[in-house]
Design a protein around this ligand. Structure first.
Ligand SMILES: [Zn+2]
Ligand SMILES: [Zn+2]
Ligand SMILES: [Zn+2]
Length: 292
């Protein structure tokens, strides 16, 4: 078997417990970007998350990938700087769309207007993103590594949450300060009581409810447990019996967490999950399906 350099990487990842396809996504997010439907993302208080149907969760920077050069702010600047190709001047960078790291008022406003524009996600540690400059329907220039600034409203929220560990300012902040770390090591977040999965690291607890909801919808409320006697729980009456389980970070890409959607019966068989036996959801399961 002859493998290309990229295929070798894929193969190596599959041998150490990584999931197929994850290396592809990781490379994509680090080196280029992925155009997304914003509605497919989880916007949380501690991060913006990309979740795949396979259960891979990672934190991303979210940005608007198209810039209208005829707009009031960009128009005059663009004429002066157009010959440079990429734009490093602070005035131009200021006039471009910022990238976002958490749900903020600017994003809520965009969502209310049905997301006008083309949106993308990435994990560009150095804060340089692929964006296009458009005039009407046509693309005038595509820039591979355009410097963008972080959204001040997002940074304000992050700083508030981090307290004395915060103090990021938008001039010096780089996405690598927050992205690319294992969730177990990210300082953001807080504890939430009565979570069904106690393996969830602190950094994800604030947003876990939203993440869990998104995962269960993506997997059609189907239990991924081995030997599950009743894996199909998409009936609205059965949906409360489904839970998301945090099974740890990926071996090859520690900034990707692995989640599984499990029914409460299968979830309580995970290590240190015996506490679920006494929860209402488990009693409801037994009422519905008997003792299995
Ligand atoms: Zn923002
Ligand atoms: Zn769990
Ligand atoms: Zn199950």
């Amino acid at each position: 078997m002859r493998l290309t350099r990229f295929a070798r990487l894929e193969y190596a990842v599959s041998m150490v417990g990584g999931k197929p396809g994850l290396s592809l996504l990781a490379r994509q997010l680090a080196e280029s970007s992925e155009i997304v439907d914003p509605d497919s993302l989880v916007f949380g208080e501690t991060g913006i998350y990309r979740l795949t149907p396979g259960g891979a969760l990672t934190q991303v920077a979210f940005f608007r990938a198209d810039n209208d050069i005829d707009s009031d702010t960009l128009g005059p600047l663009f004429e002066q700087h157009a010959h440079h190709g990429g734009f490093n001047g602070d005035a131009v960078v200021d006039a471009l769309h910022h990238y976002h790291l958490v749900e903020c008022p600017v994003l809520v406003e965009q969502a209310l207007h049905a997301w006008p524009g083309e949106y993308a996600i990435g994990q560009h540690a150095a804060g340089r993103f692929p964006v296009s400059f458009t005039r009407g329907a046509s693309t005038v220039i595509e820039v591979e590594d355009q410097r963008l600034k972080p959204c001040p409203a997002c940074l304000e929220r992050i700083n508030k949450r981090l307290g004395r560990h915060g103090g990021f300012d938008s001039g010096r902040f780089l996405p690598g300060d927050l992205l690319g770390q294992a969730f177990e090591r990210v300082p953001l977040g807080s504890t939430a009581p009565n979570m069904s999965c106690r393996s969830v690291p602190e950094s994800l607890r604030t947003d876990w409810e939203r993440i869990e909801k998104a995962l269960l919808a993506l997997t059609d409320y189907r239990c991924q447990g081995e030997d599950c006697p009743h894996p199909e729980l998409s009936d609205p009456a059965h949906r409360p019996l489904m839970q998301a389980h945090y099974s740890g970070h990926d071996v090859g890409f520690e900034h990707f967490a692995h989640l599984r959607s499990l029914c409460v019966r299968c979830h309580l068989q995970e290590a240190d999950h015996g506490y679920l036996r006494n929860r209402v959801s488990h009693h409801r399961y037994q009422q519905t399906f008997g003792h299995v």
